[in-house]
Design a binder for this molecule. Sequence first.
Ligand code: ADP
Ligand code: MG
Length: 461
Amino acid sequence: MTQDQWGSIRNELHQTMGANSFQSWIEPLIYVGTDGGIARFNVPTNFLGNYVSQNYGDMLLSKITRMNPSVRRIVFDTVTVSQDAPAQRKEAADATGAPLAVPQVHTKSSAKPDSLNGSPLDKRFTFDTFVVGKPNELAHAAARRVAEGGPVTFNPLFLYGGVGLGKTHLMHAIAWELRTRHPHLNVLNLSAEQFMYRFVQALRDRKMMDFKELFRSVDVLMVDDVQFIAGKDSTQEEFFHTFNALVDQHKQIIISADRAPDEIKDLENRIRSRLQSGLVVDLHPTDYELRLGILQSKSEMYSRMYPGLEVERGILEFLAARIVSNVRILEGALTRLFAFASLVGKPISMDLTQECLTDILRVSERKVSIEEIQRKVADHYLIRHSDLVGPKRVRTFARPRQIAMYLCKQLTTRSLPEIGRHFGGRDHTTVMHGVRRIEELRKQDAQIAEDVELLRRSLEA
Ligand code: ADP
Ligand code: MG
């Protein structure tokens, strides 16, 4: 996001928030810049950072991502000028009654990495609020296991998946759970960027011994978005040593990344193989059922926030079918829908939904067509399009045909009869049978599961 873009968001907020709130909460934010999908703001006190993040965080993020879709997160850095930051910090935490919610950035005079505050834990990111479906059940189960805090069985746990599929949510959920079950454990959750930042800071201030000591004293280390250390050689090196030291002490490590270890470029091989040495699980792109589940759970939450406003199941189904994107977009759509309806004082109808979400729905609409799916599947299995949709029932054609039907059901909003028509005029029951067959086979046959995933990813790319 450019300073200009931030300027126009500020102007907009000035109009909509009212002068008082604007002056108290938005004016003091100093936009620093965006890097690696993170928009950074400097704030004068922890309290302010805390408050803004809790009360305006979502709203700011949605405005920013509308300007600049590459932004995925906002971070508020407290820039303290005084030496007695710890005291202030305590005050801030007391004042809000909440755990510290912004990472501390000291000015040079107090740059010693004196504590191990990691990323703030998001209150909403718990296991209770995490909706489990086929695409994330494995990752969820693994996270649950690690969160029990028993003997370390797989180390590290490596979670990966595309943007907005719940990696950070799961990491925070693990941290929350460990905090309650094992309050004595020293759990550190931070992003790879923060790790790098601290490392560079320690180098600069010649505090490497402290740095090493601190990191080696944690019981559970979680590093989010580890792909960011790729290419940063000395950080990688240090990470590797930290990693090994903790594994040797049987301390649990949990890592997330936006792709599998072997797909992260510019990563040293010894680190790559270390990362693969535990349990590697991925969060798959959402499917219709999961999207519907998430929409249901979030809309119940919103209904409590906006008394009197509810979304009918039919509308949720419509959204689950039409917004085939990540969970963050799905959430954004609901947030907007409720805010819009409450603003105009109308119930959430289909018309209102379509009006309010035109842009999101339009983007989803041109996502994938049946023709595209058929072409990709035929190419993938090296068969002709005419055989894919033709009458022949041999396995070499029938299986790809069923996979194509399955993908049409998953990725488009076409009805079963419509899909049937595109497959040589087949009946909707045939399509349904095909879809079910692939659903079963995905569980039993790793090759099919992989093919489907590969095709889906390339279609959604
Ligand atoms: P990632 O770290 O993978 O980019 P996040 O964990 O930040 O994604 O998730 C993006 C948003 O979607 C968060 O608000 C999170 O709570 C929500 N989310 C993702 N997956 C789920 C899920 N299965 N159930 C409920 N909310 C989810
Ligand atoms: Mg994340």
